[in-house]
Design a protein around this ligand. Structure first.
Ligand code: SF4
Length: 339
């Protein structure tokens, strides 16, 4: 998974995507890719390849922008979203390689996200389509307020506003809302009674970023026979600390996750949130979940998880069949007789 440490937020207008991405980045020491972050793409764009983005780049009179028909506006928004996706996918690898979580306020398509995002790393935020249109300009950001001023400068501001709203209605249609709602990713609906902090907490839960310990299922086996060896001094110090903390507090809730976890955080094989042996460790994780009767995202107490690993894998003699090709196999093998 090339973007294992990227968290994607998509949705319609006025749903709160920008605010949430900013809060997540602030709280989790992450990189913020806020609204229109593709503007920082370092190379000049070719007008033939990127007609949507170059339309605004080369625009002489912004009144033209708001005078387009609703259909032309919608077509431009669709085209621009497609072009932004191309640029964002070019820019993301370098950001992800920094190793910090990357929070992306984006219009990358659902279809693309299904192929590039790590499990549990996409959130859809939706406002009622009527609210998306009606309250579009009730935001302080400079771009919206600039457009609003342009509309007021038109010879017939009411007609100009009505024309613009029709374009917004096409973009924020009920059809688009329904499509996103049923896309198969977690959805947060805008709720005026919810505070920003409460929305942040919900998103953290969806993204698995709460303060609980994230654990790759196969690390339940590694923990059993760990004897202080590992990929680097930093890694072993940290892994030892995680094992100690869980041993002292076995009632701690852990989130089972088939992606980078609390142990991987300090591993040199963790490059941009993705394990360099991703295929192999994902196979181990899936086998442990299967044998123990858990699924990705479950949150058992550590004691319950460790007990199942012991009973259903180690005592049952299944360990070698799951991770016998691991480079550390000899350490675990000497602890018990295995088939
Ligand atoms: S080798 Fe991979 S799975 Fe194991 S701790 Fe390192 S990054 Fe995580």
């Amino acid at each position: 998974m090339p973007f294992g440490n990227a968290y994607f937020i998509i949705g319609n207008a006025y749903a709160g995507k920008s605010t949430l991405a900013r809060l997540l980045a602030e709280k989790h020491g992450g990189i913020l890719c806020g609204e229109n972050w593709h503007d920082s793409y370092p190379e000049p764009l070719d007008a033939e390849a990127f007609p949507g983005l170059c339309y605004t780049r080369d625009l002489k009179d912004w009144h033209e922008f708001i005078r387009r028909t609703p259909e032309a506006y919608k077509a431009w928004v669709d085209e621009t979203a497609r072009e932004c996706e191309i640029l964002e996918l070019r820019m993301l690898p370098e950001l992800c390689a920094q190793g910090r979580p990357v929070f992306v306020d984006t219009n990358i398509s659902v279809e693309t996200l299904k192929t590039i995002a790590a499990p549990g790393h996409v959130l859809i935020m939706l406002a009622d389509p009527d609210v998306s249109v009606r309250r579009f300009f009730e935001r302080p950001d400079a771009e919206k307020q600039f457009l609003y001023r342009l509309l007021l400068e038109e010879p017939d501001p009411a007609a100009a506003m009505e024309n613009y709203r029709k374009g917004l209605m096409l973009i924020n249609s009920q059809e688009n809302f329904d499509r996103l709602l049923s896309a198969g990713f977690p959805v947060l609906l805008r709720d005026e009674t919810r505070t920003a902090e409460e929305t942040l907490a919900l998103a953290e839960r969806i993204f698995g970023l709460e303060d609980c310990i994230r654990l790759r299922p196969h690390h339940g086996m590694c923990f059993r026979f760990y004897e202080g060896k590992g990929y680097s001094a930093e890694f072993t110090d940290h892994m030892g600390g995680v094992i100690r903390a869980l041993s002292e507090r076995p009632d701690t809730q852990v989130r089972l996750t088939c992606s980078a976890d609390s142990v991987c955080e300090h591993c040199p094989n963790n490059v941009g949130g993705t394990c360099q042996s991703a295929d192999k460790v994902m196979r181990y994780d899936a086998a442990v979940l299967d044998a123990c009767g858990f699924k990705d995202g479950d949150e058992p107490a550590y004691a319950d998880f460790a007990a199942r690993v012991k009973e259903r894998i180690l005592d049952a003699g299944l360990r070698r069949g799951i991770c016998g090709d691991c480079e550390w196999d000899a350490i675990c093998a000497k602890h018990r007789r295995e088939p």
